[in-house]
Design a binder for this molecule. Structure first.
Ligand SMILES: Cc1cc2nc3c(=O)[nH]c(=O)nc-3n(C[C@H](O)[C@H](O)[C@H](O)COP(=O)(O)O)c2cc1C
Length: 303
């Protein structure tokens, strides 16, 4: 018997694979293409306090081995999510993680309060958004910013709290340790890497928003390195992501210290990427004689 279950500080997953926020809608969009009951959890599209229309198109640009996106958090708002999406997701045997974003810390706190009283299993804090009260520097870009937001949201959050780090920092370890010391139950990383692509004939950026976030296989080595560094620096569980398309990719992150993984951009190419990744992890464990997934987490030996 191979045991794939993991416990992320009270968030109990039957397997360590979660659909990454923004790449799997509210699950409903993938229902006809994959078996939602075989995915450990779903981190839903980033929610804001009020509905958002998102940025003007083009919002996606293809790049070598990845995509740049600047969707701008298009979503129906947290209250519509609670009313219309949780009942659908609850019919499935998968954990519901609400990913939240905002312009101010007050927005995040209000959402954490609303969601703490709803039927979800965890909250993931997207700190890659600009703080409009602090010169539009992203909350997660500084140690002070991440400490402040984690501390305040923690006081409103009654669910397992995952703080999702932005890789657009000089020292990822510092920000991870700050989130841990202010009460995060887990860290997830990486969000997208800031990038730009230019249409040389129009002499303009391809994305209407000029810049966007890079994701997909192109970012995987950066993500694995950061997951390794963070896992060595904190004692709370780490959820790794960035370019995972299959079980072998996921195993790299788990050997580097991730207790669970998220699959993002790969869902656009293969809607069953999450299920296939879980199956791939199981096959690897079978091949290498692991019965319990915890035996492989962080078991990397450096040269
Ligand atoms: C189109 C798109 C939309 C995204 N939206 C969100 C979001 O709303 N909230 C969030 O925390 N991350 C968002 N992300 C980031 C992903 O969850 C993930 O961190 C990143 O894409 C790296 O993983 P991947 O390479 O497997 O896609 C988005 C990514 C993409 C490609």
């Amino acid at each position: 018997m191979i045991d794939l279950s993991v416990d992320i500080k009270g968030l109990k997953l039957k397997n360590p694979v979660i659909a990454a926020s923004g790449t799997f809608g509210f699950g409903r969009e993938f229902k006809e293409y994959t078996n939602l009951d075989m995915i450990g959890g779903i981190s839903v599209k980033g929610l804001t306090l009020e509905e958002r229309q998102g940025n003007k198109p083009p919002r996606i640009a293809e790049t070598p081995a990845g995509i740049l996106n600047s969707v701008g958090l298009q979503n129906p708002g947290v209250k519509a999510f609670v009313k219309n999406e949780i009942p659908f997701l609850r019919k499935h045997d998968t954990k519901i993680i609400a990913n939240i974003a905002g312009n101010t810390i007050e927005d995040y706190c209000k959402m954490a309060e609303i969601l703490s009283d709803s039927d979800i299993d965890g909250i993931e804090l997207n700190v890659s958004c600009p703080n409009v009260k602090k010169g539009c520097v992203a909350f997660g870009n500084t140690v002070a910013g991440i400490s402040d937001i984690t501390k305040k949201v923690r006081s409103f959050c009654k669910k397992p709290l995952i703080v999702k780090l932005t890789p657009n920092v000089t020292d990822i370890k510092e920000v991870a340790m700050a989130a841990e010391s202010e009460g995060a139950d887990a860290i997830s990383l990486i969000n997208t890497i800031l990038g730009m692509a230019i249409d040389i004939h129009r002499r303009k950026p391809i994305l209407a928003n000029n810049m966007g976030g890079l994701s997909g296989p192109a970012v995987k080595p950066v993500a694995v390195r950061m997951v390794y560094e963070v896992s060595k620096s904190v004692s709370i569980p780490v959820i790794g992501m960035g370019g995972i398309s299959n079980g072998d990719d996921a195993i790299e992150f788990m050997l580097a210290g991730a207790s669970a993984v998220m699959v993002g951009t790969a869902n656009f190419i293969n809607p069953s990427a999450c299920v296939d990744t879980a199956e791939g992890i199981k096959n690897y464990m079978k091949m290498h004689g692991f019965n319990n997934v915890y035996d492989l987490i962080g078991s990397l030996e450096l040269n």
